[in-house]
Write a protein that binds this ligand. Structure first.
Ligand code: FEO
Length: 174
């Protein structure tokens, strides 16, 4: 059984992950609008990953005998002023998500909830990757500056990203 406090924190995290998905899907739509389909693809895959993160928390909470309570998802922005801005924001957003995950780890220790603590390990590691992948693109974009051919080269590279569905070995149900 999971404590009320931990349950509420996980429900909040489900909402945060769904918002992340919404944010990246909005960024994907923006890139589609300005004809950068590789950038749009990368953001769309990122949105799928966020939904997978939400479902990991959802399944875990249900498995622990908790109650999933879905909350309203905040509306994300619809437009940005340049192709690099969404990636700068994505990086900052992921730094914030990392902080949220660390807060959950802290709470799990306070609650002596070792099952949740172990479950959160996956997210602690995942956040290292989440920050690094957004930061790598921010750096590339800053390197090319206003060079259009560089932008299209990155667009081609980002077009190759594919969503890899989690396997049961990753600890996600379904
Ligand atoms: Fe679910 Fe991008 O962290």
């Amino acid at each position: 059984m999971i404590s009320q406090k931990m349950q509420e924190a996980i429900n909040d995290q489900i909402n945060a992950e769904l918002y992340s998905g919404y944010l990246y899907l909005a960024m994907s739509a923006y890139f589609q609008d300005i004809n950068l389909s590789g950038f749009a693809n990368w953001m769309r895959v990122q949105a799928q990953e966020e939904l997978m993160h939400a479902m990991k928390f959802y399944d875990f909470l249900a498995e622990r005998g908790g109650t999933v309570v879905l909350q309203a998802i905040e509306q994300p922005p619809a437009t940005w002023d340049s192709p690099s801005t969404p990636f700068e924001q994505a990086y900052e957003h992921e730094v914030g998500v990392t902080q949220r995950i660390h807060n959950l780890v802290h709470l799990s220790l306070e609650e002596r909830d070792y099952a949740t603590n172990t479950f959160l390990d996956w997210f602690v590691n995942e956040q290292v990757e989440e920050e690094a992948s957004a930061d790598a693109i921010v750096r590339k974009l800053s390197l090319i500056g206003s060079d259009k051919s560089g932008l299209f080269m990155i667009d081609r590279e980002l077009a190759t990203r594919v969503f890899v569905p989690p396997t049961p070995a990753d600890g996600a149900a379904g």
